[in-house]
Design a protein around this ligand. Structure first.
Ligand code: NAP
Length: 328
């Protein structure tokens, strides 16, 4: 079996390599792609040095699968090139997520939507992925109607350049930091919270906020789900947190809700310790804390969830899908 990893040198790509080593058979032949800047360098997989190739048509051959995390522009330009030579493509970008004929898959929730004709499979947005993992067992029990998620998105969600910017900003004193104009984001992110994650759209919501709306509806198969999202960027390296107020059809029994969360593979309810991004980093599970029944209605649950945006939010889910395809 041959697997291509496109964007292998990035934050997500490097985690894809680790998850492939952990979850897939060790006799797979890996092919790594990145930009011309990385071509010729090597990365280790299963203790073997693999040379990185530049992503261009003449370098693309026949593979069983290609895992893309090199940005939407590269996905749009090259996915078809892999598919036409027989490869499945599992794409981490937002390029194809809302396309009707493309399954948007969270492993553990809706992998059954992958059919024999699905050659292109989209991996959801990292913030949505963590939240829907917590919502799925609650929805199956109480029937979700609407939600107000407020996200605290970590810097590694924006890639290597953003993490480098945070590290540089962290070394500045307070005055220089407040005036700092050369960072990755429009305002300094070190020791700070920016009340906007992603790019503002015409409707005054950001593209990251609208991903909550459209992707949650598609993954949970609730086309009329009402979503009122607000996403902030916080000076945390890894681990996206979400406070969510969710309204259900049924009255909530909080003990039952916690049992359902703990019985769902990939989710843990933390009752004694408050789950934080530091706990979520390198953790393959989504962590939930502070679950309470609503103050104004017995049909509301308020809770906090946090997950590693590079693992379940990206690389882990992509490799779980790859493993599912290998075993299919
Ligand atoms: N970070 C997250 O939490 C997260 C979560 C879900 C999805 N995603 C998505 O995953 C993708 C990668 O994110 P990331 O965080 O890993 O970003 P990153 O750390 O900035 O890495 C970007 C990767 O894309 C490659 N690349 C850039 N330009 C290229 C080109 N012209 N041709 C070929 N390869 C090119 C880079 O190769 P070089 O090193 O050679 O430049 C690198 O491997 C994005 O689409 C992002 O939206 C990210």
């Amino acid at each position: 079996m041959k697997i291509a990893i496109v964007g292998a040198t990035g934050l997500v790509g490097r985690n894809i390599i680790k998850q492939c080593e952990r979850l897939l058979p060790n006799d797979i032949e890996f092919h790594l792609f990145a930009s011309n800047k990385s071509a010729g360098k090597t990365l280790k997989i299963n203790n073997q040095d693999v040379v990185i190739k530049e992503l261009k048509s003449e370098n693309i051959g026949k593979y069983d699968m290609a895992l893309f995390s090199a940005g939407g522009v590269r996905s749009k330009a090259f996915a078809e090139n892999f598919i036409s030579q027989g490869s499945y493509v599992i794409d981490n970008s937002s390029a194809f997520r809302l396309q009707e004929d493309v399954p948007l898959v969270v492993y553990g929730i809706n992998q059954n939507e992958i059919t024999s004709s699905s050659k292109l499979i989209a991996n959801p947005n990292c913030t949505t992925m963590g939240l829907v993992m917590a919502l799925k067992p609650l929805h199956d029990t109480f029937n979700l109607v609407s939600m107000t998620p407020v996200a605290y998105q970590a810097v590694s969600g924006s890639g290597t350049a953003a993490v480098n910017s945070l590290k540089e900003e962290e070394s500045l004193d307070h005055t220089s930091l407040a005036d700092y104009k050369n960072g990755y984001y429009p305002r300094p992110i070190a020791r700070n919270v920016i009340p906007l994650a992603g790019n503002l759209l015409e409707n005054e919501y950001s593209d990251e906020e609208m991903k909550f709306v459209h992707e949650s509806r598609k993954i949970l198969d609730i086309p009329k789900l009402i979503v009122e999202p607000s996403n902030a960027r916080v000076g945390v390296i890894t681990g996206h947190g979400v406070f969510c107020s969710a309204v259900f059809e049924e009255d909530i029994d909080t003990e039952r809700a916690i049992i359902e969360l703990n019985s769902f593979e990939g989710v843990q309810y933390w009752a004694e310790t408050l789950a934080t991004p530091l706990d979520a980093e390198n953790n393959t599970d989504v962590l939930v804390s502070r679950l309470r029944r609503g103050l104004s209605s017995p049909k509301i649950i308020n809770f906090w969830c946090v997950s590693d945006n590079l693992l379940k939010g990206a690389a882990l889910n992509a490799v779980q899908i790859a493993k599912y395809l290998v075993q299919k």
